[in-house]
Design a binder for this molecule. Structure first.
Ligand code: PMP
Length: 358
């Protein structure tokens, strides 16, 4: 039985992408060789990288003065690489603390300069996105997390900022259009909307680079990746290939506007059921609800039914629905590649369960 994959990441990829990736792993374009065993300097991979870069630029609408870098080390490495490359010891970086990942980014940045937490919803267990903050003009940058994977909150819009925005877009990258020139730097681990774990995309504006005085090891210097077109060393060949296939799929499916429309429809379908169903409730402020990671719990009087509902989901081919341990309950991740019918199946299960138990 084909599963409904609600995993938060590594997450569902389009079926056509997986099929093509499987073929490439076995025998790339009929060459009698796997893509996994071809040189990264050969014409095959060079063509893949070129297409991945071109598609990324086209799909986002990226201006020429931005670099696209394919790195490794996960988004977590960007928590220290961004301040290492952008922030001098006597300068201040601003952070908005909207979840565990933002918190980790804050902790890592402290090693490189002054860190000011401009706003935080930590005291309310990150159930909303703080919005009323004034951005000091003197800071080097403002770091945001566009979507909080664990809590299920998402920034609907980004603040107008007098200082460059640096944004962790790991869990909603390419799920909706965004204005790239609002940002100085964007980073995202591939393993949600883009491809397999193993590569991290960094998009950086040229003038953000070269302003720090410290020595940067080559492999931790954005300029080295920009100058060498992500080929200073052996890049994560296969994750970049699969990401390129996903970018082709996004383009063919109508681009970021189409992704946004479909993601919104899936999210509203599930949130409507959560709000309507007497057994369940959402866990975050309605206005900040994520269209990628949808968190919900059972109402107190039905809490004892959680295990039974969980087992029912598993029995019906639904995978990855368990909420993060810090929130509990359920989390349905509805990334680009998740079909509407998977959300529909979950909604029907919730409805049937309530009819039996309510
Ligand atoms: N930021 C966000 C928003 C995430 O969701 C995650 C992982 N789920 C990370 C950072 C860390 O990413 P990685 O595991 O690639 O280091």
């Amino acid at each position: 039985m084909k599963k409904h994959n609600f995993s938060a990441g590594p997450a569902i990829l389009p079926a056509t992408v997986l099929k093509e990736a499987g073929k490439a792993a076995a025998n790339y374009h009929g060459m009698g060789l796997s893509l996994l065993e071809l040189s990264h300097r050969g014409p095959e991979f060079m063509a893949i990288l070129e297409e991945a870069n071109a598609l990324m630029r086209e799909i986002i609408g990226l201006p020429d003065h931005y670099h696209v870098l394919w790195m490794s080390g996960g988004a977590s490495s960007q928590f220290f690489m961004a301040p290492m490359n952008l922030l001098n010891e006597d300068e201040t970086a601003l952070y908005v603390d909207t979840g565990v990942w933002a918190d980790k980014a804050i902790e890592e940045a402290k090693a490189f300069g002054n860190v000011q937490v401009l706003a935080s919803s930590k005291a309310e267990n990150y159930t909303h996105i703080p919005k009323d903050f004034k951005i000091p003009k003197t800071a080097k940058y403002l770091h945001l997390t566009s979507n909080n994977t664990i809590y299920g909150t998402q920034m609907r819009k980004f603040p107008k900022s007098p200082v460059p925005l640096v944004c962790d877009m790991s869990s909603d990258f390419l799920s909706r259009p965004f204005q790239a020139d609002q940002f100085g730097l964007i980073y995202a681990g591939a393993q949600k909307n883009l491809g397999p774990a193993g590569t991290t995309v960094v998009i950086v504006r040229e003038d953000m680079l070269g302003t720090v005085h410290r020595h940067l090891p080559s492999m931790l210097d954005y300029r080295v990746f920009a100058k060498n077109d992500s080929m200073y060393n052996t890049p994560p060949v296969f994750p970049i290939y699969v990401s390129m296939l996903t970018l082709r799929w996004i383009k063919k499916s109508g681009g970021l506007k189409a992704m946004q429309r479909k993601n919104k429809a899936k999210a509203l379908l599930l949130y409507d059921e959560i709000d309507r169903n007497p057994l369940f409730r959402g866990t975050v402020a309605a206005e900040d609800r994520s269209h990628m990671n949808i968190c919900f719990v059972m109402n107190e009087q039905y809490a004892s039914l959680e295990k039974e509902f969980s087992a029912l989901c598993i029995g019906n081919g639904m995978s990855g629905l368990k909420g993060h341990r810090s929130v509990g309950g359920f989390r349905a991740s509805t990334y680009n590649a998740l079909p509407q019918k998977s959300v529909q199946a979950l909604v029907e299960l919730m409805r049937d369960f309530a009819e039996k138990k309510g």
